[in-house]
Design a protein around this ligand. Structure first.
Ligand code: R5P
Length: 291
């Protein structure tokens, strides 16, 4: 079994080297912007492709499809994908007539290219894990792994864990199990790509320090609204933890200006808030796959 690193995972190279032999994709763009890839291939029956699809997801998806297909052409029997950040998962159904269900289309393309097994982290599979041909999909949550950053809050009466919407409640519950704290969620309605509205909170937060947990932070709108409501309801310090820190435009700056005590993410997307290395999860998966 070997690891093939694609461009969205080059930042993980150092830590991944500790597990299996790592091969890096060679990649360039032609003058007309078409993408070229080459795999410095070493024969093996099994490869794990590592790719995180942030920044320019379209380009990263094409790179991934080319890589999967090429591995298969070169004789690899089984291709696993470890995609810490899997793009396009949020469009998981047809909200308006005529919309493309991008999540399913992307997964189908990966499967058709020859992907056998996909491992991802806190992907937005809010309609359930989709069935795509013979593709096995494993969606791992990082929530329990975050406990080590909040161990000091374990069993403390003055701390609670809140999901900024009901979809994030399961994350709050998973972290709360580890920290022995109460969990709740905020009622949120999305009004547009950049606009959300919040209503009530499912538990009392008055004089409580709050750990807000979500799968991803994109524009930061969800966290900003949650912060405002929590403060209005009398919360104390607010800590934010999320698996994927996309922080589009100046989202991180805006969040920092609010006065959030601490913002923590994984390095599924490299950024200055990344403290949890997702390679740890891949190491566990490799052990499991080898048995
Ligand atoms: C929504 O369902 C997700 O779990 C996140 O809450 C959302 O994608 C965050 O986006 P933004 O930071 O743009 O509000």
């Amino acid at each position: 079994m070997k690891l093939l690193l694609l461009s969205g995972a080059f930042h993980l190279e150092k830590s991944l080297e500790k597990s299996l032999e790592v091969i890096k994709i060679e990649r360039k763009f032609f003058p007309d912007n078409e993408q070229y890839i080459r795999i410095p291939y070493k024969q093996d029956d099994e490869y794990i492709i590592v790719q995180s699809m942030f920044g320019n997801p379209d380009i990263k998806i094409v790179e991934t499809i080319f890589a999967i297909r090429t591995l298969k052409d070169l004789g690899t029997k089984k291709v696993y994908g470890f995609f810490p950040y899997l793009a396009y998962t949020r469009q998981d159904k047809r909200y308006k007539e005529g919309e493309a269900i991008s999540q399913l289309i992307v997964l189908e393309m990966l499967n058709k290219a020859g992907l056998n097994y996909l491992i991802t982290l806190d992907a937005h599979f809010h309609q359930g894990i989709p069935t795509i041909g013979d593709l096995k999909i494993k969606n791992i949550t990082c929530a329990p792994y975050f406990y080590k950053f909040f161990e000091y809050a374990n069993s403390r009466e003055d701390f609670v864990i809140i999901g900024p919407d009901d979809d994030a409640y399961h994350l709050a519950l998973k972290l709360s199990e580890k920290l022995n704290l109460k969990a709740g969620y905020i009622e949120k309605v999305r009004k547009g790509e950049r606009e959300v509205e919040t209503f009530g909170i499912s538990i009392d937060v008055k004089n409580k320090n709050v750990i807000l947990i979500d799968d991803m932070i994109s524009t930061g709108g969800t966290i900003m609204k949650a912060y405002e409501l929590l403060k209005k309801e009398g919360a104390g310090d607010i800590f934010v933890v999320a698996t994927h820190g996309l922080f589009v435009e100046d989202a991180l700056k805006k969040l920092r200006n609010l006065g959030i005590k601490e913002i923590i993410t994984t390095n599924s997307i490299p950024n200055e808030t990344a403290v949890f290395d997702v390679s740890e999860i891949l190491f566990e998966e490799i052990k499991w796959l080898k048995n």
